[in-house]
Design a protein around this ligand. Structure first.
Ligand SMILES: NC(=O)c1ccc[n+]([C@@H]2O[C@H](COP(=O)([O-])OP(=O)(O)OC[C@H]3O[C@@H](n4cnc5c(N)ncnc54)[C@H](O)[C@@H]3O)[C@@H](O)[C@H]2O)c1
Length: 383
């Protein structure tokens, strides 16, 4: 069994819960899950035991009711037994048209941490998946600074993800092991403060920011060009979507953290910083979850010839990440069993836009895929 807690019961969290239950019921195959059912831990062993949100209209409702906001037919009855609990808010939904509340409204952050740890012990939680709204955040770099901010109840300095991770580390230390999958851009696997804390707390961290959409595709195209020694002159890549994630990204500070995780691929893969514009660009409600992506890459080939690639697509946003989470939940459990605490680069390099730890960069995903398989104990596919 893999006991999973979802942090942020939005579009991705709901499609993840729905898809896992549909697979268990035999309603759905494994497309969109990179490792399908190759791992020793089977998809059918994933059990969602808890869910947290800060949207007042979701707290206290069953997962069945929340999933219904995103999907309207054949929702598995099994989702009726899980109730969405109140999480840590800390400005996560600031400036968004959503009424929010958080545990910290009534207690200090240290008390919130203790309360959550007790709840997780009851749930026997093992893997925590963070799919909260994108935050504007500043990394800590030093573990002491992080602990100080919690102890001093510094609500301005900390984001919800940072406090969740701290709480999960403390929980992992008490129960002997846990995993945290950070699918959002907040730097956690890339913040040495959290990696150090994880190592001494029996915590596995995967992160940061799930690699879906146009970014991993751009990374693969850039490696294709790099391997042929073509010189990339410039890259324009943008996304326009109509889900609340895109709405949140219209906020400048939040967009900055997304832009950072997306842009890190250019220098990492090419070895030079080709001029680029890579960021979520806009919100257009009628597009819904099926975003519009476009990419333009100009490069120099032999004899100075200049070529251009132009790619456009409509991509369902949430299922792309939810499928990766089905692997990450199981790989998290595998890492706990192996006691590989801290962060695991071979997993991050394939599944994350900004793979931690901080000193490691992006590598072509076709290579990362093979390394990840080997780490997971599977045979490489093409090597
Ligand atoms: N393909 C993808 O969709 C993709 C890829 C990479 C990363 N992500 C990241 O995944 C996250 C979720 O995306 P989404 O489309 O599901 O967004 P969403 O807006 O539908 O869902 C976010 C949910 O988190 C809740 N939330 C916000 N702050 C919270 C907190 N502090 N504690 C608990 N719950 C909180 C919100 O109320 C909402 O229910 C975003 O941060 C996004 O950047 C998504």
């Amino acid at each position: 069994m893999v006991k999973v807690v979802i942090l942020g019961q939005g579009y991705v969290g709901s499609i993840f819960a729905l898809g896992v239950e549909r697979i268990k019921n035999g309603d759905l195959g494994y497309y969109g899950v990179p490792l399908a059912n190759e791992l020793p831990i089977k998809i059918e062993e994933i059990e969602i035991v808890g869910s947290y949100d800060v949207d007042k209209s979701k707290i206290g409702r069953s997962l069945y009711e929340v999933v219904k906001l995103y999907w309207d037919n054949n929702i598995p009855e099994s989702l009726k037994s899980i109730v969405v609990r109140k999480g840590i808010h800390l400005r996560s939904l600031k400036n968004l048209p959503i009424e929010a509340e958080g545990l910290e409204d009534e207690m200090t952050l240290s008390e919130v941490v203790e309360k959550l740890i007790e709840e997780w012990k009851d749930l026997k939680a093992e893997v925590f998946i963070n799919v909260c709204t994108t935050e504007a955040s500043v990394p800590f770099e030093s573990k002491e600074e992080l602990i100080k901010a919690i102890e001093e109840n510094n609500k301005e300095r900390l984001t919800a993800t940072q406090v969740y991770t701290y709480a999960i580390a403390k929980y992992a230390k008490e129960v002997g092991g846990a995993a945290f999958v950070n699918a959002i851009p907040t730097l956690i696997a890339n913040d040495p403060a959290f990696v150090e804390l994880a190592k001494e707390s029996n915590l596995v961290i995967f992160g940061d920011d799930g690699a879906t959409g146009a970014t991993p595709l751009t990374a693969d195209i850039l490696s294709h060009l790099a391997q042929r020694n073509r010189y990339v002159k410039d890259i324009a890549q943008f996304n326009i979507g109509g889900n609340t994630d895109f709405l949140a990204l219209t906020d400048k500070e939040r967009n900055k953290s997304k832009e950072f995780t997306k842009s890190s691929i250019v220098k990492d893969i090419l070895g030079y910083d080709a001029p680029h514009y890579i960021k979520p660009t806009g919100f257009l409600e009628p597009l819904g979850d099926k975003k519009f992506i476009a990419m333009h890459i100009e490069y120099v080939s032999f004899n100075g010839a200049v070529d251009e690639l132009m790619i456009t697509g409509r991509i369902n946003d949430s299922p792309a990440l939810a499928g990766l989470l089905v692997d990450l939940a199981r790989l998290g459990k595998l890492a706990i069993e192996r006691r590989e605490f801290g962060t695991v680069y071979p997993v991050n390099a394939f599944y994350m836009k900004n793979p931690g730890p901080k000193e490691m960069g992006n590598i072509p995903r076709i290579i990362a895929y093979e390394k990840m398989r080997v780490w997971a104990g599977l045979n490489p596919k093409w090597f």
